[in-house]
Design a binder for this molecule. Structure first.
Ligand code: DGP
Length: 115
């Protein structure tokens, strides 16, 4: 756990959040500033600053991160209509919180362009 990391603090239960799922490795909670009716962040509980920090050895973790998002999309009722998974990396990628997280967005038609 990184002491100053807000998502580590959420994972540790020190900061409240609207948790929708967790297991040994992942935590999923609703975004504080939702951009769509369904906006969930899925994080690894271990601190990884961004996708830029990932190693080859973490490929299974990354795979399970996406499967977790897919399962949550089904649970939240957006799988049939469709949804978007986003990972922002670094300042130009729009990453604000330096703890790897996958955005699950759904429940409305999302813009065609990625920005
Ligand atoms: P990104 O730009 O990809 O780093 O997205 C960070 C997201 O995290 C942003 O959509 C807002 C959300 N967020 C930031 N702080 C908190 C928090 O304390 N609680 C929750 N639930 N979400 C947060």
């Amino acid at each position: 756990m990184a002491k100053e990391c807000i998502f580590c603090r959420i994972a540790a239960g020190e900061v409240p959040s609207d948790i929708v799922y967790q297991d040994e490795d992942f935590l999923a909670f609703r975004d504080i500033s939702p951009q769509a009716p369904i906006h969930i962040l899925i994080i690894p509980k271990t601190h990884i600053a961004s996708s830029a920090e990932l190693t080859e050895e973490q490929h299974e973790l990354v795979g399970r991160l996406i499967i977790t998002a897919k399962n949550l999309a089904e649970k939240e009722g957006v799988a049939k209509e469709g949804y978007r998974l986003v990972i922002n990396c670094g300042s130009e990628g729009g990453q604000v919180v330096p703890h790897l997280h996958l955005h699950l967005l759904g429940g409305r038609r999302l813009a065609d362009k990625l920005g």
